[in-house]
Ligand binder design. Structure first.
Ligand SMILES: Cc1ncc(COP(=O)(O)O)c(C=O)c1O
Length: 356
């Protein structure tokens, strides 16, 4: 299975023969506030340490994450982006059959297949706005008792939908009873309209759950890469330790992560931007006659366009959006658009209006 990610400005720039820097990229869901200014000194100071190996235990990084989420440092594994933790968790758990949503982030299936796991899909439907309920997923698990792992994005990519707390409680308690592992990918939790601690405060040693988080989207560092996973399940902690490679977080990323959560000004500014721009862009997109916009709680929208080849048409005006036809469960016509700065969002809306 090939997953064609968004955010590849360099490739599209070469294809359409425009400088990469002139393109407005709505195909990757990255905080438009950019790398926090206050952390740039931390980044450059870390360069002086490049001739030493990082401490493979990452005590300072884990302690910063532990303090931020009020969990124990021993419950944390750090990695080179959330995606590494997803691959490591799939390998560590190494079950025969797993279930993912369709559509969902394509790397879940790649990670599971690499671990030798068979993947079954639970289809979300357009009629339900791609919204999932805990009861539906539990029924699917009952129908397929061979499934021993569920890998779930909350919020889900590319739909921007989220399971409500009560449904997630119900799902995890079913999985606990039935000994089904859960990889809960909360990479977009802090970029949701009601950012909260997600499942982290509810983790317990009897939980079969590992929560995956990312700093790359919120702190706009996809080129630096930093993610972490948290579980209180001691068997799973041991499996993750056995699985993990040493030094998977580079020194610059580690030093960044040690300080990032202290930047309250940036965190507040991000939440302020999202609370204003996310609904603004959603409303504007809904007014475009050829688009159907699906409800989203996070910093991107899944849309369906009745104008064909929308991605290529927007390339002509220097705008990149994510074509979603490579997601299992979606086909031609579905696109994902990130919420960006107000100026960029205005430009997107204006260019879409031209196509009406
Ligand atoms: C749902 C989801 N989880 C995880 C990731 C990967 O995050 P990272 O860049 O931290 O590896 C992505 C990247 O697009 C994603 O969409």
């Amino acid at each position: 299975m090939t997953v064609i990610h968004g955010g590849n400005r360099e490739k599209i720039a070469a294809l359409i023969q425009r400088p990469a820097t002139s393109l407005l990229d709505f195909s990757a869901n990255i905080n438009p506030l950019g790398v926090p200014q206050a952390l740039k000194a931390t980044l450059s100071a870390a360069l002086t340490e490049l001739s030493d190996y990082p401490n493979p235990e990452y005590p300072r990084l884990k302690s910063a994450i532990a303090k931020h989420h009020q969990v124990a440092a021993t419950d944390i594994v750090v990695g080179n982006g959330a995606v590494q933790l997803i691959f490591d968790a799939a390998l560590a758990l190494h079950v025969q059959t797993a279930m993912v949503l369709a559509p969902c982030f394509g790397e879940y299936e790649r990670a599971l297949k690499k671990a030798g796991t068979q993947v079954t899909h639970f289809s979300l439907t357009r009629d339900d706005d791609f919204q999932l309920t805990g009861a539906q997923l539990i029924q699917a698990l009952k129908d397929q008792p061979q499934v021993k792992l569920v890998c779930l994005g909350n919020p889900n990519n590319p739909t921007g939908t989220m399971l409500n707390d009560a449904d997630l409680d119900q799902l995890v308690s079913y999985c606990r009873q039935q000994k089904i592992w859960v990889i809960l990918d909360e990479a977009f939790m802090d970029l949701s309209l009601s950012p909260n601690e997600g499942w982290l405060p509810k983790l317990s040693p009897s939980d079969p759950v590992i929560v995956v988080r990312s700093l790359t989207k919120f702190f706009a560092i996809p080129g630096l890469r930093l993610g972490y996973a948290v579980t209180k399940n001691s068997a799973l902690q041991q499996k993750m330790r056995d699985q993990s490679e040493p030094w998977s977080v580079n020194t610059v990323a580690a030093r960044f992560g040690e300080r990032a959560f202290e930047d309250r000004t940036y965190i507040q500014a991000t939440q302020d931007w999202l609370q204003t721009e996310q609904p603004w862009l959603g409303k504007q997109l809904q007014e475009i006659t050829f688009l159907h916009v699906f409800p989203s709680v996070t910093n991107y929208y899944l849309v369906y366009s009745s104008v064909p080849h929308l991605r290529e048409k927007l390339w002509q005006v220097g705008i990149l959006i994510r074509d979603c036809r490579d997601y299992v469960g979606l086909d031609a016509g579905y696109y994902r658009m990130a919420v960006k700065s107000h100026e960029a969002n205005q430009e997107l809306v204006q260019q879409l209006r031209v196509l009406e």
